[in-house]
Design a protein. Sequence first.
Length: 334
Amino acid sequence: MRTRRDARVLVVGMGGLGCPASIAIARAGIGTLGIADDDDVDLSNLHRQILYGESSVGAPKVEEAERALRALSPTMTVQRHTRLLPENARELVASYDLVIEGSDNFATKFLAADACMLQSIPIVQGAAVRWYGTALSVGAHGSPCYRCLFEDVPTGAQEGCNEAGVIGPMVGVVGAVMADLALRSLDGHGHGTLATYDGKTGVLRTRSIARRRSCVLCGDVRTISGIEDCRYVAQLCAPREGTMDTIVRIPAPLRTLTAGKDEVSGSGNTLAELIDDLEKKHPGLRDRLLDDKGVRRFVNIYVGEEDVRFLDGLKTELKAGDQISIVPAIAGGA
């Protein structure tokens, strides 16, 4: 039987999520930990990147992280890597048993998801912005996957931690959840689990997500069979000319209202206008999503990776290329 001492785990992104996740993994007795990043330690990030101190500022993150992790677990092997790139992604992930991805950009997130699917490597992917965080566990079979929720690299400017900000303790909680999902994954459990954490209410929810049949990575007709550079450059992944409608991903419990479709299209300049348009095409959908206070308590609506509760609610403005995902919430712990 394979033990944790035999396991090899790669952490992609040694920032606010990668730091706490790697600490937890090291403390859990993992035998080999790979760390991938090409950035240097910055003073403004020390409040959330807890492997580093003021003496680390200006030094490469992987060098400082290796030093700190070896001190935590002297018997663990630490392997440093540069940034995950299209030219090295498949070979790099294939040399590990599991990947934890906590990068700060969509291109790397989709690249990691695709490479792991193609190499049959399980992956845990996380994100945190402002008071909100998510973590998703995908098994070696690769389905359901990251692209089931977020179809492709968004076009236009996207807010990350540097632009939108993030509360320091938030990434610690999400990083710990990612590590928990990773350890469960190594034991063969928890695949297809999406965890969400609301830092303002302290509520952690987990739910099982369904495979999207039209997903280009793990769906019925898969179109991604290799790593192509253009997939991970937002400027080269613009919507097709003439495609201005917003694509909305519909969860299984609501597909009785959409004739079984897992994706529908609608239009509107705001989320409220979009839902009004969807109601005209799919009567009854609005009542399943909204109550007199706004979005129903046990429904999450994402624009890209952000819950609209942390944007502008029903007034959230939409633009061409936005991707909307409706995810029913199931209360519970990770």
